[in-house]
Design a protein around this ligand. Sequence first.
Ligand SMILES: C[S@@+](CC[C@H](N)C(=O)[O-])C[C@H]1O[C@@H](n2cnc3c(N)ncnc32)[C@H](O)[C@@H]1O
Length: 274
Amino acid sequence: MQAQYTKLIICCDGLQCKQIEQLYNDIKNNSIHLFMLKKIYNKLTLLTKESVPVQTPSFEAIDTVNRNPIVTRYQIINHLVKKFGYTSYLEIGVRNPDECFNFIECAKKHGVDPGVEGDYVVDFNMTSDEFFAQNTNKYDIIFIDGLHIDEQVSRDIRNAIHSITENGTVLLHDCNPPTLHHAREDYYDFTTPAKDYWNGTVWKSIVEFRASELAQSYECNVVNTDWGVGIIRKTNNGHRIVNNNPFYSFRKFELNRSYYIGLISIEEFYLKYR
Ligand SMILES: C[S@@+](CC[C@H](N)C(=O)[O-])C[C@H]1O[C@@H](n2cnc3c(N)ncnc32)[C@H](O)[C@@H]1O
């Protein structure tokens, strides 16, 4: 009886409180027979299934939305360039400049890329590590979109915050992978439902940064658009999160994205930087 009752309560999730209360009283008063309870239980199971359809968006839908976002990474970048009157921009990982670099409206623009994904012309044909080892310039804005492995991304973040101007901004692409398949380590594993879409493990670097000492002096948020656009800026009232996900479990991360990566909506972004 107790087990049935427990099951019933689970099934009642989503029903009106009054209906649950009535059932509870009937059971308590023993005015319900077990066979009736079983009938109600079956009916409720059916009802719950019918009334709360599980809506899992298809991979195609997820990828289409991110591929054609309402607000793109370069619109976010251009908004900040305009707002802060920036004049110098650096992009780490350029690939085809017609996809982002050429849309950036900034007086001085530099690109870094070792040419892993195509033979495009860039100012610095080298890895980000090689670039930062020899760089003496300061940039107003640095967009990190090179090798999407957290170890590399975390290094890029630290190098970038030392290479920006006083009021500068560091941005990152691919911070909000929609599924574990998009967040896989191995780019070349095209057998998953994410096919060749790949955000890598950038999200882990964001969590790591937000939990680090640096988070006391730098705020870090991710705008929920275009696979997640991360924004890191100096602040006087930074807040360091507790990383209660030491194994960087994706399952745990996806239950509370706003906590782990400081996810904000497009509207919140425009409000924050109006
Ligand atoms: C995702 S693509 C960049 C896309 C581009 N930023 C955009 O918004 O359209 C990643 C690029 O990073 C480059 N890359 C790979 N490893 C790198 C590294 N260690 N340092 C810098 N760039 C790297 C690849 O050659 C590739 O062109």
